[in-house]
Design a protein around this ligand. Structure first.
Ligand SMILES: [Zn+2]
Length: 493
């Protein structure tokens, strides 16, 4: 069945157009009213609203994002003591409730930023706040977690540290997300519906774990909301050989029904993060460290080469400037393009290498807003090299925006607003010389165009995205979203 979107305005172009959708694709784009009223199928009046390609969030951890709303928010804690006080009030509220859910036994909090805390997070602080109830607080950057004694006894019995970093922390996080698939799938369906209200048509899901089975299950279950979303899923090192055995190649469509599930990249985490002070940097942090490399340069090349030989495109997590240089070196050695995830701190000499090597900068502009104060402190002599989006764009590098949800909310308009304005909450812009134009920011958030033959993945907007202020971009009102020609969110009828 065809759908006629009548009276659409395309940003940056004069006049209104009619857009016909047929069999999941855009069939035609023509001056308004020239299409005639006789076409079979449905007519939806856009009344001069703006029509743009549907938006992609190109780096999310979807299951964790779906859980985030259920977790104690500790993102505003200014100290370890403040975080512990939030835990205390949540624990005592739950204790008072007769309906306390046994499955929610572990008190999970999310979002702390300890890099600027004046005090030290200890097990004792959380023990005093929650007693015998296990408490796991996950950092806003997902790269460390803070456990009390009961949680440590259950999830990390071999260590005496209160704060676990990198792999030790990922191990705990994956145990927390392992429970109760049916509940997680229901929350994931909710999260997909919310994403559609922001114009999102697709995600690159880099959740830790074996994502093929998760998404096949969600699609088969029907209530997944995944029929509302295109999903490209990442493969991690521990599953690389399995993926190779199964013959999964990046770009393969792997669901039988809707054709919305696609094999994504091979994800390798080469260094840590800024807040956790594990991002691998050429210069020392205030404590003297340079961060961590999770693999030697040879190991990185070896992993990437194996993936490329099996048809999997590498996506390398690299945050510090040394990690980015090593990742680019590895792409050069392997002779493959791919993606660098985050690309937060880049030496000027490495900027042109992205375009030359065909490496996409998969960046999360909203992280710059979350991290500007930490970057000014921990990268004080080179904060001007942080989040250099304008330089990357000018060099011809392909930019792909994402949220890294739950690190930032799954909302491409936050990323677009941060990239254009380099500001949030009315603060002065941070390194505004690295701002992008709205055109470039929008282009980094989509994968198609509004033209015949393109996928009918579309978002209908109530504001012009090319002339809106950064604050108005952040709150962009979305009127409808279409995936493969089907409305996944619709306020127009
Ligand atoms: Zn991530």
């Amino acid at each position: 069945m065809t759908v006629l979107l009548a009276g659409a305005r395309l940003p940056g172009r004069d006049g209104l157009v009619d857009v016909v959708l047929d069999s999941g694709r855009i069939a035609s784009v023509s001056p308004a009213a020239s299409t005639g009223g006789g076409a079979a199928g449905e007519r939806i009046a856009l009344d001069g609203r703006w029509l743009v390609p549907g938006l992609w969030d190109q780096h999310v951890h979807f299951t964790q994002w779906a859980q985030t709303a259920r977790r104690l928010d500790v993102s505003r804690a200014g100290s370890a003591a403040e975080a512990a006080a939030l835990v205390r009030s949540r624990a005592s509220a739950a204790g008072a409730s007769a309906a306390a859910d046994a499955a929610d036994d572990v008190l999970v909090g999310f979002g702390f930023h300890d890099a600027l805390w004046p005090d030290i997070p200890t097990r004792e602080l959380l023990d005093a706040a929650a007693g015998d109830r296990p408490v796991v607080l996950i950092a806003g950057d997902l790269h460390c977690s803070w456990l009390n004694s009961a949680a440590a006894a259950r999830f990390a019995p071999s260590t005496s540290d209160a704060v676990l970093r990198e792999d030790a922390s990922f191990a705990v996080t994956s145990l927390l997300t392992a429970a109760d698939d049916r509940t997680l799938d229901r929350w994931a369906a909710d999260a997909a519906r919310v994403a559609a209200t922001r114009g999102v048509v697709g995600i690159v899901d880099l959740e830790y774990g074996w994502n093929l089975d998760v998404w096949r299950r969600r699609i088969a279950g029907g209530a997944s909301g995944s029929s509302d979303l295109r999903v490209e899923f990442g493969i991690y090192g521990e599953h690389l050989e399995l993926a190779a055995e199964l013959g999964l190649r990046t770009g393969d469509v792997v669901d039988d029904t809707a054709g919305l599930l696609t094999v994504g990249p091979f994800k390798v985490i080469s260094d840590g993060s800024l807040n956790t002070r594990t991002a691998l940097c050429s210069h020392a942090y205030p404590d003297g460290g340079h961060g961590v490399a999770n693999l030697t340069p040879d190991e990185l090349v070896e992993r990437m080469r194996f993936a490329v030989e099996h048809g999997l495109v590498p996506a390398v997590h690299a945050i510090g400037d040394d990690a980015n240089r090593r990742a680019l070196d590895a792409f050069e050695a392997v002779g493959s393009g791919g993606r660098i995830e985050h690309a937060q701190l880049i030496d000027a000499a490495d900027i042109p290498r992205f375009a030359r090597l065909g490496v996409t900068a998969s960046v999360q502009p909203e992280h710059a807003m979350d991290d500007r104060d930490v970057a000014d402190r921990l990268w004080s002599d080179r904060a001007d090299r942080a989040f250099p989006l304008a330089e990357l764009h000018a060099s011809g590098a392909h930019l792909a925006f994402g949220s890294d949800a739950p690190v930032a909310p799954l909302d491409p308009w936050a990323a677009i607003a941060a990239a254009v304005g380099r500001s949030r909450d009315g603060r002065e812009p941070w390194h505004p010389e690295q701002s992008l134009s709205p055109e470039a920011a929008l282009a980094a958030s989509v994968r198609s165009t509004v033209a015949p033959g393109q996928p009918a993945d579309l978002a209908v907007l109530d504001r012009d995205p090319l002339t809106a202020s950064p604050a108005d971009l952040r709150t962009m009102p979305v009127a409808a979203t279409f995936v493969a020609g089907r409305p996944t969110y619709d306020t127009l009828r």
